[in-house]
Design a protein around this ligand. Structure first.
Ligand SMILES: *Cc1c(COP(=O)(O)O)cnc(C)c1O
Length: 280
């Protein structure tokens, strides 16, 4: 299912993104926490060779949004032997039935997409059961559906504080580290700051005030290929960048189910949903 990439291009593209991340961080107003933003290289649909190439150029954090693909890629012999310090972020929709599978991923670093109390409880109890091997708490973020679009997963914004409170007080195996949003696609920045990002900032403030947490300790995961610099300028501490590093992902344009992998099909469906919505 993997396509080999042109390695030197990944190195160059990665370096360019790393530089742009640094420059954007330097432009942040001083009122924002002085946290170095983390770059998560989103490698979905891309080959283990491409992950190894980016790793060898110094990249450590990688993101995947399908459990099966992450399970497969993270256990790839090349990745296991050549990328001992890799940090995997799970950034896709997580179903309860897939929790155990996900938590078995070697070098799982963070789950960014908890979107209910029940899911948090399930992840907490599974991680506790695996505790003999996992001495650390599992880092988690809560995903908020800031745009209110039905096609987007995530918690309704007004449930943010209670959910975070639940994780902190009732999920001892989890380490709450921040809030995450995907937001609407294709927002035009000439219309002003992205409202999804502003909403996430507002929810963080509310969480910090209600639960007495320092702002520096509640991260914001927002910003992708098209808007990661803007996201950092307004306070993102974790940007998830895929196509700008690894090249465009390939989507099938004609339906022929037997030829399409599930991974590609689901994302294409999501994109098409979006197209239909914006074209109305
Ligand atoms: C695919 C994906 C990204 C990266 O998207 P690009 O536009 O390729 O940078 C970021 N976040 C999530 C949740 C994704 O699914």
């Amino acid at each position: 299912m993997w396509k080999a990439g042109m390695s030197s291009e990944i190195g160059k593209a990665l370096q360019a993104v790393v530089d742009r991340v640094k420059q954007a961080a330097a432009r942040r107003p001083q009122t924002l926490p002085n946290v170095t933003p983390r770059l998560v290289a989103v490698s979905k649909t891309k080959s283990p060779e491409m992950v190894v190439e980016a790793y060898q150029q110094g990249q450590r954090n990688f993101g995947e949004n399908y459990v099966n693909e992450l399970v497969e890629k993270s256990s790839d012999p090349q990745i296991l032997s050549l990328c001992p310090d890799i940090k995997w972020h799970f950034i896709g929709h997580l179903q309860k039935s897939n929790v155990n599978k996900l938590l078995g991923v070697p070098n799982l670093f963070m789950v960014e997409t908890l979107d209910s109390v029940k899911l948090a409880d399930r992840v907490n109890s599974s991680w506790q059961r695996l505790r003999t091997v996992n001495t650390q708490r599992l880092k988690v973020m809560v995903q908020i559906n800031t745009s209110g679009e039905e096609s987007k997963h995530g918690l309704p914004p007004e449930e943010t504080v209670n959910t975070v409170k639940h994780i902190i007080s009732r999920c001892p195996a989890l380490h709450f580290v921040g809030l995450m949003t995907i937001g609407r696609y294709g927002y035009d920045l000439s219309e002003g700051p992205n409202p999804d990002f502003q909403m996430l900032l507002g929810r963080r403030q509310e969480v910090c005030e209600s639960l007495q947490l320092p702002t520096e300790e509640v991260e914001l995961s927002m910003g992708m290929s098209t808007d990661f610099e803007h996201a950092i300028e307004v306070g993102s501490t974790n940007v998830r960048v895929g196509s700008t590093i690894f090249g465009e992902r390939e989507y099938p344009n004609t339906p022929s189910p037997e030829k399409r992998s599930k991974v590609v099909t689901e994302e294409a469906a999501e994109k098409m949903k979006h197209l239909t919505v914006t074209e109305q």
